[in-house]
Design a protein around this ligand. Structure first.
Ligand SMILES: [Zn+2]
Length: 275
């Protein structure tokens, strides 16, 4: 599933190629996404210039030179790519559902085998959109601090792992990144979020920023492949300390990594490094 680092990598990968270009035509081959793509999508975008591509949580915001913003979510399996319409391999595959042709012979393509993604339009300020309005701060924003986590956690009754995976608290901390950040900060995922001290939240905040930042950095190395013949970005794998390593020795202390279920999600932790 594309997580925040993949979405940010996608944004950085496509923006230089499409910002400033005019949408010349939009071809929707299959409108059946998480919500059906509006039949007005081509009419609202054709003749409009994309001014920037922004990100909020895992949503990409395509700003145009009108009030219209296109909001794209990659769902479980979506990806965006850019290719030159003159390239030999540009004919769409079975999962390539939408093409946005742009001035200068550039095409943006959305591929989504499982079709849990979304492509929506809004004429209102996009941050006020119902899907975006309730989102917590961005992990790289100064609003997201150890003090902030500590303060909010006082009134919550969930485990610390569920707490930091809650998009209303902070966006973009998926299961893998939560597990890794908790390992790096020495916090056991099943501990009640109310019982974590202020200094430990400071550490946890630093670890969240570090794991997400490193994943984005690593994604940067894939950017040069973004425009390829088949027009598909390669996702990246980070070196993982605990996630998916049940029974394997902890990379710090050699104790076997344990697996538990927290809120229906697999949670991996080291019983000796995390308390
Ligand atoms: Zn350990």
């Amino acid at each position: 599933m594309p997580e925040l680092p993949e979405v940010e990598t996608t944004r950085r990968g496509i923006e230089p190629y499409i910002a400033g270009r005019m949408v010349t035509s939009v071809e929707v081959r299959n409108p059946r996404f998480r919500w059906p793509v509006s039949p007005t999508l081509p009419g609202c975008l054709e003749g409009r210039r994309i001014t920037s591509v922004e990100r909020r949580g895992k949503y990409l915001l395509f700003r145009t030179d009108s009030a219209t913003t296109m909001i794209v979510h990659l769902g479980m399996s979506g990806s965006l790519s850019v290719f030159s319409t003159g390239s030999s391999n540009s004919s769409p595959g079975v999962h390539d559902h939408i093409d946005w042709s742009m001035s200068g012979g550039i095409c943006l393509r959305m591929r989504d085998p499982r079709r849990f993604g979304a492509v929506l339009l809004t004429d209102a300020p996009p941050l006020d959109h119902p899907l975006l309005r309730g989102l917590g701060p961005e992990p790289f924003d100064s609003l997201f601090s150890g003090e902030y986590l500590y303060r909010i956690a006082r009134s919550r009754k969930v485990t610390v792992k569920q707490f930091i995976m809650d998009g209303r608290i902070v966006v973009g901390v998926g299961n893998i990144y939560a597990s890794e950040a908790l390992f790096r900060s020495g916090i056991r995922p099943g501990v009640s979020c109310r019982r974590i001290s202020r200094p430990r939240y400071l550490k946890l905040k630093g670890a969240v920023v570090q794991v997400l930042g490193q994943a984005i950095e690593q994604g940067g190395t894939t950017l040069r492949d973004f425009v390829r013949e088949d027009g598909r970005p390669g996702y990246f794998k980070q070196q993982l300390n605990v996630y998916g390593r049940e029974g394997l020795p902890c990379l710090k202390c050699d104790s076997p990594i344990r697996l538990s279920r927290i809120g229906q999600r697999s949670s991996f932790f080291c019983p000796d490094c995390q308390h």
